[in-house]
Design a protein around this ligand. Structure first.
Ligand code: FAD
Length: 304
């Protein structure tokens, strides 16, 4: 069993920032990342990033390139393809799918993943969660697309796709949009836009290269089936906290921390999207929390 001072789970911007702060404060760390690459959601950001001061980045890839070139990250030797699985709170043991660590401290920075709609599982006409309506909208030009959701990302996606597609169906589970007013205002009436309120997809089958959706709705003006070329689910995200059932969590798998970002035990911290919830998910907060968690750890270590 390997003994580590600080084990960081997750190689997105939160986990990577924590690793930088470990070096800054003289702590040794090991970072495990489930995927075979670092960066987490940074690779999915195709919009300009102008709210992570002071730089303006054309997209997440540009920011990630800079982050990976950081001296501390180049020296990090992250353990890719290794996922946090469970924790033994009393014994300071952290189980991954590769090994068991005896960790003085654990920082959970495992981020979020898109929610899935069970009825769409296995349908090849469903666009992947990382489909970018900003940079890839022309890929569905002239076609019929159903966007599912009523939050910011659904409405933003609908706005981005409208100039390209033949018909845009926005399927909203409730009778109103949850998106912020600035997005709702952009979604003006448009001949190609059809909003189906109080509508959920209960089944999806493929026919002649199209998706045939079965719709459930109490409204008489909603069709029972909808045939589209592509389906784009945008129904939010949930925290990557599987296997961590003994830690206090909020609805949606988000870990609930105390003011020092500790969760469930005095040696376990959670930072970044896994604890922030959709409303506060941001690069700035993730990076700030990394500093705070590692600083708090450094203040607990007697020899420092
Ligand atoms: C399209 C898009 C645009 C955005 N635009 C902006 C913007 O303009 N400005 C802004 O401030 N924010 C933006 N955000 C939000 C921002 O990207 C996130 O807040 C931030 O990247 C969260 O970083 P994180 O490290 O907490 O999580 P993530 O980036 O999700 O990283 C978590 C990492 O943990 C890994 N992981 C998961 N489970 C495990 C496990 N069990 N064991 C080990 N590793 C695991 C994942 O593979 C991932 O690499 C955007 C997000 C998206 C999707």
């Amino acid at each position: 069993m390997e003994h580590v001072q600080v084990l960081i789970a997750g190689g997105g911007i939160a986990g990577l920032s924590a690793a930088i702060w470990c070096e800054r404060l003289g702590l040794s760390c090991v970072l495990v990342e489930k995927n075979d690459r670092l960066g987490g959601q940074l690779s999915d950001i195709h919009n300009q990033i102008w709210d992570f001061p002071p730089r303006v980045y054309p997209d997440g890839a540009a920011l990630l390139d800079e982050l990976l070139a950081h001296r501390s990250i180049r020296a990090l030797r992250p353990r890719l393809g290794e996922a946090l699985r469970s924790i033994d709170l009393d014994k300071h043991l952290v189980h991954t799918d590769k090994t068991v660590y005896l960790a003085d401290y654990l920082i959970i920075a495992t981020g979020v993943r898109p929610n899935r709609i069970p009825a769409l599982v296995g349908c090849s006409r469903v666009l992947q969660p990382w489909f970018s309506t900003t940079s890839q909208g022309t890929a569905v030009a002239g076609q019929d697309v159903a966007v599912i959701g009523g939050g910011d990302r659904a409405v933003e996606s609908a706005c981005n796709l409208l100039p390209h597609v033949r018909s845009l169906y926005l399927l909203v589970r409730s009778d109103r949009l949850r998106a912020r007013p600035q997005w709702v205002e952009r979604l003006r009436p448009h001949p190609s836009l059809h909003v189906l309120w109080e509508t959920v997809v209960s089944d999806c089958r493929e026919q002649n290269g199209k998706a045939v959706l079965t719709l459930d709705s109490p409204r008489s003006d909603t069709p029972q089936t909808l045939v589209v070329d592509w389906v784009l689910p945008r129904i939010g995200v949930r925290g990557n906290s599987e296997g961590l059932g003994q830690l206090p969590a909020l609805e949606g798998g988000y870990l609930q921390t105390d003011v020092n970002l500790r969760v469930g035990a005095d040696w376990i911290y959670a930072i970044g999207d896994i604890t922030n919830g959709a409303a506060y998910a941001s690069l700035s907060l993730a990076v700030g929390q990394a500093m705070k968690a590692v600083k708090h750890i450094s203040l607990q270590v007697p020899s420092l």
